[in-house]
Design a protein around this ligand. Structure first.
Ligand code: SAH
Length: 496
């Protein structure tokens, strides 16, 4: 370690920024955030620095740097372009033992300004020892997205009870165990979800009863998205990596299950060959039992748990058992597949709204509000519709939708195996014989745009449509390319 990271208390301390450019304004702002008393020393004030002085936010000395300005000064940052002035600032500070940072000149810095993730009162600082400010910035951005602003709320709560914990719980080890259980358990999650009052009450009760052991468990209902790992939300990742047990379905991609801790127990409850590994009631019971044993249970579901995901049924059991829970939404198949197939679901020139419909047969029957679906101008998205696809297409046409209405099937959307089959209601069913689940059917004028807006090609689709793809967005125009079905440019099915 080249430098020791420390956090400096500058409350009410006098600090100088030598310079009046945009960098000076940024550094001054930073010092003000730490409640320092800041003066700019410069003959010329530019843009933001000028505004800050005009607003009375900063003091300004209209002068070049003088040694005597350092009286009573605690810290100095120089951003001046004048090398000679920068050197004078540095030498004078060294002489007086005042911490100094000359921007972009590592040899004239006695301290470094790190990249900062501000989750006040929590602050995270990142430094590469001035070797690569850009790398520090990138790492900082990653941390920003990993550590939500709600950590600030959590920190404030923990601070409030710190003294009381010292009084109630004896021994450093016990206190450490206590705080870990609080931060990683339901109390921490409650605070981060904005329920600070409830969290404070629960924390107080724990302290009064001197409970240092982890709480009863929790269940995290997590949407794993349609397949691509990078569609997982940060919230989902955070909860998944905290879990002791992961209960997952068939549609959850293995790469996402892999993100759980190595020691976490993994339980598969998906369907195989038409059979549930566990029926719905048994799954709900499993979640309840494991949470009661004190485990943090991640219930991973494909897409979004509340969209054809039976999330509501499982929650019912969890609530009834009075178990704490959190819900992390996921990218539902309709959003994921539409984006990855280039279909703006509610493009206002073509659709007023979008409907998510299940094409699943109930007791062998497909009961849908046909007239309504056929006559409306909505985009229709059918989940679980592969087995009923011919019936859905003909049902819509029989009840009044134009046979030429664009209809697209997205197979294994967002994954490397994605394939998009573009057709119309009249001819789609001839193209889907080899399609394997999961697959989504999107019907409506917006689906016509799928060729124009195509951008993602799974490994299987690549060979089918990339050769003719032209960068101006008009889509494939290779005359040798095989097309089946309708032969106008926009709607033809592109298969090999
Ligand atoms: N909760 C899930 C849906 C579960 S129902 C969600 O929000 O997405 C299962 C149906 O979702 C499948 O039959 C299929 O129609 C659709 N589906 C899920 N993932 C898909 C994917 N990657 N590609 C295409 N369709 C998908």
């Amino acid at each position: 370690m080249d430098q020791l990271p420390i956090f400096m208390n500058l409350q009410g301390e006098h600090c100088l920024v030598v310079g009046g450019n945009a960098v000076a304004a940024r550094k001054a702002e930073l010092l003000k955030k730490a409640n320092a008393d800041v003066t700019l020393v410069t003959r010329e004030l530019e843009g933001e620095a000028y505004r800050m002085v005009a607003d009375g936010y900063l003091e300004w000395r209209d002068a070049t740097f003088q040694r005597r300005y350092l009286d009573c000064v605690r810290l100095v940052i120089a951003t001046t372009d004048d090398e000679d002035e920068a050197r004078r600032v540095y030498n004078a500070c060294i002489e007086r033992g005042i911490p100094v940072n000359v921007a972009d000149v590592p040899t004239m810095c006695t301290f470094i300004l790190p990249g900062i993730v501000d989750r006040s009162p929590m602050t995270i600082a990142v430094s590469t020892g001035a070797r690569s400010p850009v790398l520090a910035r990138l790492v900082r951005r990653r941390l920003e997205s990993l550590i939500p602003p709600s950590y600030g709320r959590l920190t404030t709560l923990l601070e409030r009870f710190r003294e009381k914990a010292k009084r109630c719980i004896e021994g450093v080890d016990n206190r450490q165990r206590f705080w870990e259980a609080v931060i990683e358990g339901p109390i921490g999650n409650m605070a981060m979800a904005g329920r600070e009052k409830q969290a404070a009450a629960a924390l107080d009760e724990r302290l009064e009863n001197r409970i240092t052991e982890p709480d009863t468990g929790e269940v995290y209902l997590i949407g794993a998205g349609p397949g691509a790992v990078d569609l997982l939300t940060n919230q989902a990742q955070r909860l998944l990596s905290a879990a002791d047990i992961v209960v997952y379905d068939r549609l959850v991609s293995p790469a996402i299950v892999d993100l759980a801790r190595r020691e976490a127990e993994r339980i598969y409850v998906g369907k195989t060959a038409g059979q549930h590994a566990l029926d719905q009631q048994a799954i709900s019971q499993l979640l309840v039992d494991k949470a009661r044993q004190g485990c943090r249970v991640a219930r991973l579901k494909g897409g979004d748990p509340f969209i054809f995901g039976r999330g509501g049924e499982e929650l019912e059991a969890i609530v009834q058992a009075d178990i704490d829970f959190q819900i992390a939404p996921g990218v539902t198949a309709a959003s994921g597949c539409a984006s990855y197939a280039g279909i703006p679901l509610t493009h206002r020139d073509h659709a007023h709204s979008v409907r998510f419909i299940t094409g699943h047969r109930h007791n062998g029957l497909l009961q849908l509000p046909w007239f309504d679906l056929a006559r409306c101008s909505d985009t229709l998205v059918f989940y679980m519709g592969l087995g009923s696809l011919p019936e859905i297409c003909s049902g819509l046409v029989d009840h009044g939708r134009e046979p030429t209405t664009p209809a697209v099937v997205v197979e294994q959307g967002t994954t490397a195996n994605q394939r998009v089959i573009r057709a119309t209601l009249a001819d789609l069913d001839q193209q889907v014989a080899d399609v394997r689940p999961p697959a989504l059917l999107i019907v409506g004028e917006v689906a016509r745009l799928s060729r124009r807006f195509a951008w993602f090609a799974g490994d299987r689709e690549q060979s089918a449509f990339m050769p003719g793809y032209c960068i101006d967005g008009r889509g494939p125009h290779d005359p040798t390319q095989a097309t089946i079905g309708r032969h106008d440019d926009e709607d033809s099915v592109t298969t090999v």
